[in-house]
Ligand binder design. Sequence first.
Ligand code: ASP
Length: 445
Amino acid sequence: MIKVVKFGGSSVANGCQFKKVKGIVDSDPSRAFIVTSACGKSGVEDYKVTDLLYLIHAHIKYGVPYDSLYKLIYDKYMGIKEELNLKIDLEREFDLIKDLINKEVGIDYLVSRGEYLTGKCLAEYLDADFLDARDVISFNYNGEVNFERSEQLLQSKIKKGRKVVIPGFYGSLPNGAIKIMSRGGSDITGAIIANIINADVYENWTDVSGILIADPRVVDNPQRIKYITYYELRELSYMGANVLHDEAIFPVKKKNIPINIKNTNDPDNPGTMILNDCSKHDAIDPPHFITGISGKKNFSVITVNKSAVSSEVGALRKTLQVFEDFNISVESTPVGVDTFSIVVATDAIEKYVYEIMARIKEEVKCDTVTLIDHIALIAIVGRGMSNKPGMSGKLFAELGLNNINIRIINQGAEEIDIIIGVENRDFEKTIKCIYDRFITRSDTV
Ligand code: ASP
């Protein structure tokens, strides 16, 4: 059994968190590949190291002194070193970083130093080998990870019987220059390593005990999702659930490696298991009809009105072309007989909305083009909904009973998600109603 374990920023925010990480790693010998984020926030008054590094970069760019920011980072690592009695020569590491900053190295180098320094400290503390991600994660110039090369590099560096710590979030280009991933990218590093070494499990340690059925800022004390498919998670994440980096799923899904979301502050909690297929577990412990609910506010709906537009060939394509010309991604396209609508994020069209509407009118030669703002989209996701007649009836009836007006309905043919659009002001109420009907009162489904 081999496990890749990735610790997020809050799991390594200070010496006390490092001790919890050590407890977790030492309690299971299969936890041999450890990926770490940069130190995160210790509390509300604290800062994430990566945020500070981005800020330093901005200061350098505009010629503003950055010493106080630099000192915050320096003090944070010095504090960890002292608390854990580490021998690492941080003075030398910081001198080197400062030297390279002054030589105007790029933002990728600077911003990756959070993971690098955290990884160095953690490796010493766990008595593991430190493998610089620069020497292990290889990117092609087009930004894609070169799995073959990364595998060769990693295999050549691991020593039998030794644990390794690899900093997340960055790797290197063929010319050796550091390249960072998008924010939260350490999740992706963990997934890449899990793929390369064919891990049995990818454990992603964070500060929540798994993925919750609904946002706890909306629903009080929502239940944990025990098992979820990769596919369901993609749907929930796309609509706003924020646990794992979107791109972290692909490398593990390809090799059918389960992801286990766990809580560093509550290690005995089983957390959430993300699998390709949950049917084995579902047979023992049947899931709720709904696996999760997520949503986002602030969408706009542009509606094209023209008699019999549904039988006109090309009207939808011409409209979508306008959005493509403005490089705007479209969310959905509900179609009627004399109308069809385009749902898009408001902030994506805000700047050009009237230009877009005028262009559509011109291209489609329609009667009117109207705009509605302040729409929230809510995704109700669940493998338990598939092939269950009456599910949407119950959903809509519940919302009707609660006086919630549904403006958009969209269900995929696989029937694992229903997306509804409601007024922004009904967003929280809608999620609460759905949670109450299908989770709290699930025995009445
Ligand atoms: N430190 C990086 C960030 O804050 C990457 C990560 O934590 O995964 O985005």
